[in-house]
Design a protein around this ligand. Sequence first.
Ligand code: UDP
Length: 466
Amino acid sequence: ANDEKKLHIAMFPWLAFGHMIPYLELAKLIASKGHLISFISTPRNIDRLPKIPPTLASLINFVKLPLPHVQNLPDNAEATSDVPLNLVPFLKRSYDALQDSVTRFLEDSHPDWLLHDFCPYWLPPIARKLGIPSAFFSIVSAAALCFLGTKAYFGERKSPEDFTVPPRWVPFPTTVAFRLFEVFKIFGQGITGVEDDVSDVYRFVDVLQGCDIVAVRGCVEFEPEWLRLLEDLNGKPVLPVGQLPTTAFDSEDDTDTWRWMKAWLDLQSKGSVVYVAFGSEALPSQTELTEIALGLEQSKLPFFWVLRTRKGPADTELIELPEGFEERTKERGVVCTSWAPQLKILAHESVGGFLTHSGWSSVVESLQFERPLILLTFYADQGINAKVLDEKKIGYLIPRKEQDGSFTRDSVAESLRLVTVEEEGKAYRDKAKEMKGLFGDRDSQDRYVNSFLGYLKTHLQSQKVE
Ligand code: UDP
């Protein structure tokens, strides 16, 4: 009977597409087994999500909760991509103000399980009061969670300097030594210039402590040591749900934009192009941007660079490409200043490597298409992801200077060439191919979801018996 039991699972991701999309991927996988999903977000975000297959439409119920208005937040801003980084604390404030409407929804619909993100630190106690078991579903890797959610290491650090002073080594039960500077450069309130009501570290620590179980985007084959450590540190079940490779291309990407991009990529030879993108939020400084550009130029490799325009806190332009860069590289490079269909680009056979900020979705998407990784990190979980990938020789981390964390155009050029073309870097290209099984294999993903659902059902039954 346990096999047939259909669950109702509510999901409540943070208001960033880098979070909502993996939540939606998991929702689709769960719904494809016949379970019911209530996917909670704000109206505009739900309208902007990629379309779900019509066969799942009756099983995924989108719950639109209007975002309460808070001061300083533009009216139509509902996701991190709608605002400059310095306004994200206000987005968090309005997200926290969703507390009443989320509670009402849970009271009315009483789902079997609640899957929530790191942000709503107030939610686990509410779920407990309502008798709804809760899982913190983390879209960041187990390795990153060990740090982000471990108060002993980061919870007591308050000022941005606490996260930037180099070089300081964190003793940690692993072969990987992490330097704080690389891991947490300008983390939390430091990055935005505006103080958060509640720091991200506090949110991570609190939801990890409050939830019943932890579900992680990840797999045992990739990070067994970190999954185990996470379980030890928190004393509660940690369940990997697979890497959640994106399964569908957004049909709305079939636009003029994609057509010119494809036409350009079609002209390049197979495996020759470096795709460069730093996710939806990563913010290189002017100095860093200059080194990246000149490094790309120096590498002599064809490149496709997604560089969305960045505004500073006072709405001023923060960054500019080096003088004459676009002119000098126009024969072999493209700089795209709009949102790009990353998955489609990575799937194109001309792409031979990905220079990424190491956001976990970007990593998964790259390995899904067997593209080797060149890693350049900026903040939050990126440094940890990159360290782990670098240690496992799945990606190559561009070295930064010990003293100030800077990197040079030479190291950018050398790293790019090593991973994409040089003979000595062949191991990285081979490794990327090998990783496809873990990051892009449907059967393995399916096994993870089945075992996760099995756990959710069993846990529910044991609770009822108690
Ligand atoms: N993305 C995209 N086009 C862009 C920028 C980002 O499609 O121009 C997508 C990318 O494919 C990935 C997500 O946005 O799915 C970024 O997630 P990631 O975890 O890599 O980075 P984050 O934005 O969370 O730092």
